[in-house]
Design a protein. Structure first.
Length: 185
């Protein structure tokens, strides 16, 4: 499951209700639940991508698909969807990380990468600072920033998700960007 700083806000009871209905053969509930599972998974793995634990977005997509496939295969046997999803997200990431850590270590041993440049360290420091600043924003401002940058949604899509006008979303987005710029200086 995404961290407390995540912008995905899905009511646990709704998810559980969708699971019960999906188990009883309701295809629409299964479809809605599948979308939530994909969104949560994608958000979780994108957070790993932005924290540099996953190096490319193709891996994010692959990991998201892996979690969805596990869900599609196991949903009839799931009793506690929140627990199941947390466990599968974590284990999927850990297994992937271990596998890729070995690949990276092999590359290091072969001499492909022997030192990290100061520019990369500086970029990581900036990213960490920006994420920390974003996490200090109000929930509404965080949602808009994260939907725009992490989910890469258009303003009208963000407005639909947040039940706001597109103009209000744009205004808050640009003011928040300005606020972050001032705080980052």
């Amino acid at each position: 499951m995404p961290s407390k700083s995540s912008f995905i806000n899905i009511d646990k009871e709704i998810i559980e209700h969708l699971l019960v209905n999906a188990k009883s053969g309701d295809n629409l509930s299964f479809k809605k639940l599948s979308i939530h599972i994909k969104d949560i998974s994608y958000s979780y793995f994108m957070s790993k991508y932005y924290s540099k634990k996953i190096e490319n977005k193709d891996d994010v997509d692959d990991l998201t698909s892996s979690v969805y496939i596990s869900f599609a295969e196991q949903y009839n046997n799931i009793n506690n969807i929140e627990h199941w999803l947390r466990r599968v997200l974590f284990l999927t990431f850990v297994n992937w990380y271990k596998k890729n850590k070995n690949i990276t270590q092999t590359r290091l041993d072969e001499g492909y990468h022997n030192i990290e440049s100061e520019a990369v360290k500086s970029d990581q420091f900036d990213i960490d600072n920006i994420i920390a600043l974003v996490n200090k924003l109000s929930h509404e401002k965080q949602s808009i920033i994260k939907l725009r940058f992490w989910e890469e949604l258009k303003f009208n899509e963000i407005a639909d998700k947040l039940n706001k006008s597109e103009a209000a979303v744009k205004k808050m987005f640009y003011r928040t960007i300005e606020e972050l710029g001032k705080k980052a200086e």
